[in-house]
Ligand binder design. Structure first.
Ligand code: NAP
Length: 340
């Protein structure tokens, strides 16, 4: 029986329970392909799972939603000429037929199904798209979950137009840095928040107009001043927490707030009168459809975009990679390189 190396979570609660183990390699079933994973990347989801702060955790499980690699084997019903294709994996499984919302069978690769932080992963053939040539395997692995979530948040849900101003909160985050690239490519003006002045500088170097530190008094006022004269049309937020109340104040009347995370918890207050009087649209979003994924990869391809990569660790140093995200030290995506 073929075996492989994989990062296995044996029990949630501690990074010590995340171990590089030799396990049985998967085999592709009907309609599936076996991908040799050349690189994978971390998402905050992986850290939530290790911390035991994610619903319906089952162990043991191989984590990882992001990956890029080469198709090595196909299951029944898949064209064998696919073998050798260099692909990016779409971690959004079983979306279903309604583009507005995922089906009840929906799941994300990397829990409950085994994920990409392994030598091999099995996914349905419709969950791979060809890797754009300008991206290395490591760059391609940095895109899937964050790019998909960010693309749907900005464009499918947020309806971002060229010339509009969008505020991205917590710019050090993996999804946020990918959104920065995509929003700039679409011709938008981008403002950011961060808990680190250094990260705001990095965002400005990448093309952001400016930003404010959410730990400092008056960050909302500063952003409104930076957004003069047209104000903030769209805010994409994944932090939630008490800062969300301020977001509803600084967004333009008639503006949109799209959100997909609650890193800082639920807001302790919201003002309904303020929100209806300003006619704000609040729009939740999660992951994305196969069409969102294809359009996102196409955007990267057409504009020859590169994802901001914080650091690349060899797979064997997976614990240092997790720790870096755990402490929010990153700016951009944290990638695991699987090849020597
Ligand atoms: N629903 C979905 O489909 C979906 C998909 C992807 C992610 N998510 C969620 O979205 C969030 C971000 O994911 P990620 O993978 O990008 O995480 P990440 O790379 O770990 O980034 C998290 C970032 O949040 C920022 N942050 C922390 N506290 C904040 C606060 N009080 N105000 C503003 N920003 C704050 C920090 O930015 P600075 O370092 O700049 O301060 C940090 O870097 C997570 O909660 C994740 O679970 C949801």
């Amino acid at each position: 029986m073929a075996t492989m190396q994989a990062v296995v979570l044996t029990q949630p609660g501690s990074l010590e329970n995340l171990k590089l183990e030799t396990v049985v390699a998967p085999k592709p079933g009907v309609g599936e392909v076996l991908v040799e994973v050349m690189a994978s990347a971390l998402n905050h989801r992986d850290v939530w799972i290790v911390q035991g702060r994610y619903p319906n955790i089952k162990t043991p499980v191989i984590l990882g939603s992001d990956g890029a690699g080469i198709i090595r084997e196909v299951g029944e019903g898949v064209d064998p000429s696919c073998v050798g294709r260099q692909v990016i994996i779409n971690p959004s499984l079983n979306w279903g037929n309604n583009p507005r919302v995922q089906s009840s069978q929906y799941k994300i690769l990397g829990l409950p199904d085994n994920g990409t932080q392994a030598e091999y992963v099995v996914v349905p053939i419709q969950n791979v798209v060809d890797k754009p040539e300008h991206l290395t395997m490591e760059e391609a692995a940095a895109i899937p979950l964050g790019g998909l979530t960010g693309y749907r948040a900005l464009f499918t849900q947020g309806k971002l137009q060229a010339g509009e101003t969008v505020l991205l909160t917590g710019i050090g985050g993996g999804v946020a840095t990918l959104m920065l690239k995509m929003a700039l490519a679409a011709g938008a003006r981008v403002l950011v928040t961060s808990g680190s002045d250094e990260k705001i500088k990095k965002a400005v170097n990448l093309g952001a107009l400016g930003g404010a530190n959410y730990n400092e008094e008056g960050w909302g006022e500063k952003l409104m001043a930076l957004a003069e004269p047209n104000g903030i049309d769209l805010i994409v937020d994944s932090a939630g927490g008490d800062g969300f109340f301020e977001l509803t104040r600084i967004v333009n009347p008639g503006g949109r707030i799209v959100f997909f995370g609650a890193t800082a918890g639920n807001p302790s207050k919201l003002d309904q009168r303020r929100m209806f009087w300003k006619q704000i649209t609040l729009q939740g979003t999660t992951m994305g459809t196969p069409q969102d994924f294809s359009e996102m990869v196409r955007l990267f391809d057409v504009h020859k975009l590169k994802p901001p990569i914080d650091r690349v660790f060899p797979l064997t140093e997976f614990r240092s990679a997790y720790l870096r995200m755990w402490k929010s030290e990153q700016f951009g995506k944290i990638v695991l390189r699987h090849t020597a």
